[in-house]
Structure formats: structure tokens, C-alpha cells
Design a protein around this ligand. Sequence first.
Ligand SMILES: [Zn+2]
Length: 530
Amino acid sequence: MKIRKITISILLLLVVPFWLYSQSENVDLGMIYKIKQEEQRNSKIDDLTFGLVDFTGPRLTASTGFSHGCDWAKKKMEELGFQNIRIEEAGDFTRGGWDNLKTYAALTAPYYANFACNPVAWTGSTNGLVKADVVLVDVRTEADLDKYKGKLAGKIIMIPATTTTPYEINYEPLASRYTDDQLKDLAKETTPGAGRRGGQPMDFTAMMAQRQLRTKINEMLKGEGVACILNNSGTYNIPRSNGANYKAGDKEPTPELNIPMEDFGRIQRLLAKNVPVQMEIEITNKFFDSPKVYNVYGEIPGTDKLLKNEVVLLGAHIDSWHGGTGAADNASGCIVMMEALRILKSLDVAPKRTIRVALWGGEEQGLYGSRGYVSKYLVDPQTRQHKPDWDKFDCYFNMDNGSGRYRGIYLQQNELVRPIFEEWLKPFADMGCSTITIRNTGGTDHQSIDGAGLPGFQFIQDEIEYDRGYHTVMDTYERLVMSDLRVNAMVTASFAYNAAMRTEKLPRKPEVKMPEGSGQRGPGGMPPGM
Ligand SMILES: [Zn+2]
């Protein structure tokens, strides 16, 4: 008996470490090697970039350019041999279609100077080439509106933004890599919502008050029949791109033009010294019926009998603003996701689970595409009722912080995936990509998945010319760092492969009961239109 007990103990000693070992992540380093080799030798990043950036051009949601972008992506996915490729409706889009056909603006008095400018999307056209006086309409409260009534017909109007702070010389570099210390700090920080981008809580009350005042101003200006409204929007002579909160079918809003603060400031200073200022402006925009948002999908189907219907999702938004070519925001993300799937396809992998790429529409107007996917396939946003694909959903990886190299990943508070990602990132530590932070990061499509209670993640990225490029006319090819995109494609491909081959799906955050009215986030984590 004694001998038997000892034998069992020895057996246990031998078995337990093996059992523990089998619980750790089993990363196929041979496959990681192949992924890296494929990207280093046969990268198609350059080709994808030309196609989606220069060839396709701007891709404002529901514009003609957006349709071209989706068509290009579908065709390219077909060329690359992806399967189940489709452009699919993701939901209603109340703003409708809008194209900018012509934009020109110049100062004509006290002297001639042409201005870099960009029209506000979903605003109207000028009546041909208009030449008019510029008037500063300084409205801080509703009462200020009375001063201008009956005096603005046919004028070009400037509204100083109430939030504008005076210009200060910027001593920060345009592009930067995270230092080791910064990454250490990022990993340590555990304050929820303290992510580098989009993590700060919004002051909704102040924002709504400002929005209401702006609506009142717009109503007054519409009644007055002004020719055009100039916005102080952009620095370094780079106008920003944004859009009006227009509802399809409403009367076309007064034309609005974003001009950078250097030009805006010059006019404002001239007017303050009573020097008359005149401008000529011509804007032609086209409104058209386009009431839906679309997503583009392509995939490598799963091959395992039991797991093939489970989905590992990779995504980025294909819509952009209309000023530049949306290279960093977010062609770069789409390119990386498509390239990651291309790498796996060219290696003839047979993933157990399906690996799907989703290129979302309508991100810039409120995560429409990814929220549409969640409500169509995963969970009803109102009733919280799970859809059939809920149980089959594994995880989502998103890229939307520009061209910068991956330096690690945000856990979105999901501590359960940390030991898994630690192993997955090890083969990329020597590329500087190994940081794991518990923090949330926000502002983009992974929030739709994470907000639904499913594993949705975004990578930590170096900030490359972020401030000048994002949402401006300078979001172009030049903002991209191809070598960084190649690294990101390798990491994404290996994450997708690891997830698709893993025995279990990635662990979900345990459900936590929230008290009634505690502001629990729904899918997307933010109200529509933000
Ligand atoms: Zn974006």
C-alpha cells in the first residue's frame, strides 16, 4: 500500500507540471516566423496604400468617394483570394449623400491672397462666385444675436469659436516614438479612461450648450440670407475637415468654409482695426439620396468541424473626412487588416475559426458601421437580447491611431487576457511591441464590441504627425510610415492566427450588474452622432 501511495505521488508530480504547462499559451513560433518572412519578402502594403489612398481618394461616409472605396476594397479582396466578400448594409444614415465638387476662397481686399480651405461637409453651395464684405459675428450669448439682425444679407460671416485658445508656439516634435519610460508608465497606469487618446471624459453639458447656441446662430444666419460662414478651423495653414449635423431632406444649410487660424486671425485683426475686408468664395456641393451606411467584409473561412463558425474579427474604418485622402485616418488601418489576412492567405493557413476582416463605414459620424454589425449579428442594443452569432464571436482587433507602429495593446480592463497577450507579444518584443496596459482606449470601433461586453481591443501605437494629419487636408500619403505598417500587419496576422487556432475563445469580461441609471454603456459606449 505504501509503495502504491508513493507511486501515485510521483505520478502526480510528473503530471501536474505537464497539466500546468498545457494551460499556458501554445504559440506556433514556426508560423510566426513564416508570417514575418512573408511580410518582409512579399509585402503588398505599398500596393494597398496606393489603391486606397491616392487612387480612391477621400471617402466621406455616403459620398461618391466612399462607394468607390468600398468597390475598390471588394475588388482587391477578390484579387487576394479572400472568401465571402461582400459590401453589406450596416444601418440608416440620416445625413444622406454629399459631394464637394468645387472650392475656392481668396482675400480680395485690402489685397489679394488665396486661402487654403475646406468646406464643412453637408453644408450648401454659394450662389456661384460670390464677392462680399466679411463681417465678424461675435455671439457669446443668445442676447448678442439681436445686434446683427437685418445687417447680414449677402455677407461673408466669421464666427470666432468660443473654445479657441490663442495660438502658442509648439515645441513638441511632430512625430514621436514612445520611450521605454513612457511605455512603462502606460503599463502601470490603472485609472480607467486614462488612455492617451479619447480616454478623457467629455463635458457633455458644456458641449450640448455650445451646440444649442450654434444652432440658434445658424437659424439667425439662415434667416438673414448670408453668403457663407467662415470657421476658424486648423493651424499651420492646414484647414480641418468636419461635417454639419444635417438631416437628409432638410433645407440645405448655409455654406460653411473652414479656414486655418492664420488666415482667420489675419482677417479678425484687420476688422478689429476697422480695415474693410472683402473675399471671393465659390463652393459647389451636391446633396443626394444615400440613406445607408455600408461595411465591406472578406474572410478566410474556418476549417475545424466544431469551431469553423466562430469568428475572429479584424477591423478598421474605411470612411474618412473629405479634405485629404484619409491616409492615416484610417486607410492605414484598413491596409494593415487587409495585409494581415493576405499574409495568412498566402501562407495557406487552415485556421480552425473563421478570420474575418471588416472595413467599417460611418465611424467618423458615430461608429455607425461597427455598431450596425453588433446590433445585426451580436446583441440587440435596446433589449440586450443576444443574437445567434453572440456565442460564436471570439474577439476583435482594431487599428485606428494612424500610421504609427504597434507598441503593445490596451486590455480594456480585461485582466483575463493579459497572460495570453503576454505570450502572443513575445515574438515581437524585439520590434518594440510588448507593452500591455490594463487601460481603456476610446474613440473608435473596438468600443462597439467592447461596449457590447465582448473582447474588443485596439493596439498602442506611436503617434506619427497625428495632430497635423488627423481630420485635416494633410491626411495624405505623406503621413504614412510604410515600415511601421508592415510591423503592424505582422503582429495583426499573428494575433488573428493565434486566436483562430486557440482551443478556447478569448475570455470575456465577467458580467457585472450595474445599478439602475448608473450610465452603463451600450454598444459603442457613446450616443450616436458623437
Ligand atoms: Zn479614425
